[in-house]
Design a protein around this ligand. Structure first.
Ligand code: SF4
Length: 588
């Protein structure tokens, strides 16, 4: 039966009655307050958040669980992935029309009282994606309690939002407060994507996994046909994060498109920026300076370590080894520190420019880099000790979801997936670019091509990246950073702030852009996930006439329908983690 009690204010010192005889020795202490207040105080201190990670912002949301931000201090570390067990939904990422019904459906399943935090510019206004597949704000489908601005917001922003929700929870004067969900109706049509797949045998059933599932590593949806625990067929579905990158490129100048490349593989924005800049430089026959090549090489390797650290931490978490995640996320924070001092931001770096870089290395950066390299090497050792011979880890990975050389080649797989199958193909060696030909490093390869080999190859690749970075940090060449390209290269920031002519030049170069002569180019590099390439076609205008992106995650994911049948449901988790996809670049 519902009871409505009169509301009271927060208990103060006067409302705490102490027994004078027993106080100080653990005696009786009485607080007078209302039942609703006491219940809401409990609610405030025991929020159970459910992460709804859709894209880039989700990585900063995950960072709050790490030791640097430590959401546990705010009483909300019990992350739940079932809506029935959560009262706070943290939505982080770009909401597409395809994903919107999923978010609404999950929200509807949460018990009352419930709250929603919307993280990032995309959920406020659509952010930088004014494109047809993207919903222009989360409040079109669910009521939002707190917005966190930024692209992405820093993890501190999530903690601030959490405190705002705690305030709301405490301030409600009712025992049974309800959210605005009851009288809130979506103001846009929500059409769920139907499951067209049907069982192919009498005994089998269809099981849907994702697109909101912690172990699908983003908004990947897997439709599985199962016979008991055995997988009979698997159908991967992509498109829940389709943001229309390639079309957007046709409506932005070449420089304006650089920030979009950050959001492809948002775990390696530095190397995406570089691959795109190199494609446009090839289109325009631009020769870049030695210093630029050298710094870009360091950025690519830093990205590789950053991407692999996340892959490793989440892979181990999927198999139940939580502590690895804390170790690897701590190291990623050191990388973010380096990125922030180099580019001015933690994650979405936009560091490369056509023919140059946004800024030079800050003083002492290479020294900080060396300190990091020593630290991360120790963590790699620790992870090896924790996992390499761990019986649970080996049992769950060895001989599971084998992808051999022939399958890799027929599906066009690249990166660690291909090398785990024993093929020593790496663009850094096959077609050396930037300054890679100046460094000594090896290409680790596997022997079987199973999930274990894919784990091991990434681990060993981090060691090789450390090796490259140690060599690079000691011999950064002097000379100019940017090529001499008036009208293409932006003026230095200090001059833009102090000279009207330079300000106008900056403004014109960004908004009006430059026009390469008609032609086409393709350039690809070895990103942490494989070959990422940009194919640009110019018709002589300031925007690409056409831009196509070859992303490794999209290609690598195709193999799932081949390798999952014959395995158990539990192996889906390790198979996806071993592929290490990122949906930002899959749904480009
Ligand atoms: S584009 Fe910006 S706001 Fe949108 S999801 Fe990515 S980081 Fe967040």
């Amino acid at each position: 039966m519902k009871t409505t009690l009169p509301t009271h204010t927060t208990p103060d010192a006067n409302s705490i009655v102490k027994d004078p005889k027993k106080s100080g020795d653990g005696g009786v202490e009485i607080i007078t307050t209302s039942l609703s207040h006491a219940i809401n105080m409990a609610r405030k201190h025991s929020l159970w958040p459910m992460p709804m990670g859709i894209s880039c912002c989700a990585i900063e949301m995950m960072a709050v669980a790490g030791s640097r931000f430590d959401i546990a201090r705010f009483g909300a570390e019990v992350f739940r992935f079932s809506p029935r067990q959560a009262d706070l939904m943290i939505v982080a990422g770009t909401l597409t029309h395809k994903m919107a019904p999923v978010v609404r459906r999950v929200y509807d399943q949460m018990p009352e009282p419930k709250w929603v935090i919307a993280m990032g510019a995309c959920l406020i206004t659509g952010g930088m994606f004014d494109s047809y597949p993207v919903v222009q704000g989360l409040d079109h489908i669910v009521p939002v309690d707190v917005y966190v601005p930024g692209c992405p917001p820093r993890p501190e922003g999530v903690l601030w939002a959490l405190m705002q929700v705690q305030k709301k929870a405490q301030e409600s004067g009712k025992i049974y407060p309800v959210s605005r969900a009851l009288d809130y109706k979506p103001d846009m049509p929500l059409q769920p994507v139907p499951t067209d797949e049907k069982p192919t045998k009498e005994k089998t059933m269809i099981l849907n996994m994702g697109p909101q599932h912690p172990s699908t590593h983003g908004v990947l949806r897997l439709v599985l046909e199962i016979d008991g625990e055995d997988i009979v067929k698997a159908y991967p579905h992509v498109g829940y994060l389709h943001r229309g990158f390639e079309k957007i490129a046709e409506h932005r100048t070449y420089h304006q498109f650089i920030p979009y490349t950050d959001r492809l593989d948002y775990l390696a924005p530095l190397s995406n920026n570089i691959a795109y800049a190199m494609a446009i430089e090839k289109l325009m026959d631009i020769e870049i300076t030695d210093r630029n090549k050298h710094i870009r090489t360091m950025c690519c390797e830093l990205s590789r370590i950053s991407g692999h650290l996340l892959s490793l931490g989440t892979f181990a978490m999927d198999v139940g080894a939580m502590s690895v995640f804390f170790h690897t996320f701590q190291q990623r924070e050191y990388i973010y520190n380096l990125q922030e001092s180099l580019t001015g931001t933690r994650m979405t770096t936009s560091y490369s420019r056509i023919g140059g870089l946004a800024r030079d290395l800050p003083e002492g950066w290479t020294d900080q880099l060396k300190v990091f390299l020593d630290g991360v090497s120790k963590v790699i050792d620790e992870v090896e000790q924790l996992l390499n011979k761990n019986p649970i880890w080996v049992d769950r990975l060895a001989d599971i979801c084998v992808i051999d050389e022939e399958m890799c080649i027929s599906y066009g797989l690249t990166g660690p997936m291909l090398r785990a199958a024993g093929v020593p193909y790496d663009l850094r060696k096959e077609h050396p670019y930037l300054a890679y030909d100046q460094f000594d490093f090896d290409i680790p390869v596997g022997t079987k091509g199973d999930s274990y080999d894919r784990y091991l190859v990434r681990l060993l690749e981090m060691r090789e990246s450390v090796k490259i970075l140690k060599q690079a940090a000691d011999r950064v060449p002097g000379g100019p950073l940017n090529s001499d390209l008036p009208g293409v290269i932006l003026p230095e920031k200090e001059k833009v702030y102090s000279s009207m002519e330079e300000l106008i030049c900056h403004f014109k170069t960004i908004s009006g852009g430059f026009s390469p002569k008609p032609g086409q180019s393709y350039c690809s590099i070895e990103s942490p996930k494989g070959e990422i390439g940009f194919y640009a076609v110019s018709d002589g205008g300031p925007n690409a006439w056409r831009l196509r992106i070859k992303s490794p995650s999209f290609t690598n994911l195709q193999v799932l329908s081949e390798i999952l049948p014959g395995n158990k449901i539990a192996d889906v988790v390790t198979a996806v983690a071993s592929i290490d996809p990122v949906m930002g670049e899959s749904d480009r």
